[in-house]
Design a protein around this ligand. Structure first.
Ligand code: BGC
Length: 443
């Protein structure tokens, strides 16, 4: 009997999150496949290649791993370019593979959460301008209308678009994603089109499956003024917060998009979220910087005292998870943590990172905020976009050459948490003794 336990509510969803392009391999018909073939785009010229070989059938052994280690839910995404390889061609055999995946989950009493757009676009769509094109929201709806009837007997939870804020910042504001542009005007256009795409999909899903729960997953960054006493640090912090964290989901409440320097009415987007998906990884401090107009005159950096992940990509700031949930709570709809995790090939920081972030979720749950589940990113190491294979987010490691899975200690940690439906002092003692006193003071 553990001495003390932070319990989670009955029926809490415990899962891991994955995405098609990062896991499946052999995706050759989308914009990322093309991007990976361009020199200089991906670290060390790496490619997704076979990825974790889910398209070769290894999805089943990995989901079995998730099931065997006590998880009761799983988040995966559907690759649009497989289902609709050309504008006027559908591949229902490919769709059937996803049906098998979600059926497998349901047969194992695991709740599937399915994402309909996770960063990748079919090549034929990109050739017509992709999300810059005002015709794309309707095309996305068409794709969604093709998918829902096939999966709706198994899936009730849908994320229309994963992290539109990351997709847009990384693709149109000088970032590392395709199409690699740096054009704020086009970025604003893409925001509007993605919001419309979400709204059209939301309505289509409800028409085809009235009981469905539909949301988006936003990448929430906890942004704080570096010097709380210095007014000029607060201005870029506020603007970045509005643009990055608020603008998309606020529009799903009232149909009014506020991009600070530009306001757009998108009435069809009002009342189009049943739950909110929160992806939280880290916090940034923001310091006024007159010479950085691109980031609204603010420079962002990690708090000095925060432990960093293996390549320095993520700072471990668990309190930011609480900020993220507090922010999500203002929408007064159910909240699902759709991603959280850390790149850590040696699994040194992950146990502590996971426990402390879950502890913050537990705090929020006890404020009666409507948090329904947690999806750790990720189940197995997978292709980390422009960072290729240099970052490892999996509970299980992956030897990309041999496809061998490597069981990290965090597998056992997460299994213990899922099975306990909570974090006990014993679990902390076993997996991250360095934070036992912090989490259970005096016990
Ligand atoms: C994305 C994932 C990605 C993860 C870690 C999130 O922004 O949704 O696809 O792998 O971050 O980088």
């Amino acid at each position: 009997m553990p001495e003390a336990t932070y319990h989670f509510p009955k029926g809490f969803l415990w899962g891991t999150a994955t995405a098609a392009h990062q896991m499946e391999g052999q995706n050759i018909n989308n914009n990322w496949a093309e991007w990976e073939n361009q020199p200089g785009r991906i670290v060390e010229g790496q490619k997704a290649g076979l990825a974790a070989d889910w398209w070769g059938g290894r999805w089943q052994e990995d989901l079995q791993r998730a099931y065997d280690s006590g998880q009761n839910a799983h988040r995966l995404s559907i690759e649009w370019s497989r289902i609709q390889p050309e504008a006027d061609r559908w591949d229902d055999k490919a769709l059937q593979v996803y049906v098998e995946m979600v059926r497998w989950l349901v047969n194992h009493k695991m709740t599937p959460l399915v994402t309909l757009h996770h960063f990748t676009d079919p090549l034929w769509l990109v050739e017509t301008g992709g999300w810059e094109n005002g015709a794309t929201p309707a095309l996305f709806e068409k794709f969604v209308r093709h998918v829902i009837p096939a999966l709706k007997d198994y899936v009730n939870l849908w994320v229309t678009i994963n992290e539109p804020n990351v997709y847009i910042m990384s693709g149109w504001v000088g970032g590392p994603f395709p199409p690699g542009k740096n054009n704020l005007g086009l970025a604003a256009k893409v925001v509007v089109n993605m919001i419309k795409g979400h709204a059209f999909a939301y309505k289509a899903i409800h028409e085809l499956q009235p009981e469905a729960q539909v949301g988006i997953a936003i990448n929430y960054r906890s942004l704080k003024a570096a010097r709380s006493w210095f007014l000029l640090d607060h201005i870029p912090t506020k603007i970045q917060n509005q643009l990055y964290n608020n603008s998309f989901t606020d529009t799903l409440v009232d149909g009014k998009l506020n991009l600070v320097f530009k306001k757009v009415n998108i009435p069809e987007a009002a009342h189009t979220q049943d739950f909110i998906g929160v992806n939280y990884y880290s916090r940034d401090l923001v310091k006024f910087n007159l010479f950085n107009p691109g980031e609204m005159f603010g420079s962002r950096f990690y708090p000095k005292d925060a432990p960093l992940s293996a390549t320095g990509f993520i700072a471990d700031v668990p309190e930011g998870m609480f900020d993220a949930l507090k922010w999500a709570h203002r929408y007064n709809i159910p909240i699902i943590v759709t991603e959280n995790g850390v790149e850590d090939n040696k699994d040194i920081l992950r146990p502590r990172y996971t426990i402390e972030h879950l502890h913050q979720i537990w705090r929020a749950v006890n404020f009666n905020w409507r948090i329904k589940g947690y999806f750790h990113w990720s189940l197995v190491d997978n292709f980390e976009w422009e960072r290729g294979w240099t970052q490892r987010f999996g509970l299980w490691g992956l030897d990309v050459e041999t496809q061998k899975r490597i069981r990290r200690p965090s597998v056992d940690l997460y299994e213990a948490i899922c099975k306990e439906n909570g974090i006990s002092s014993e679990i902390v003692e076993r997996f991250a003794p360095e934070i036992r006193e912090k989490l259970f003071p005096g016990i």
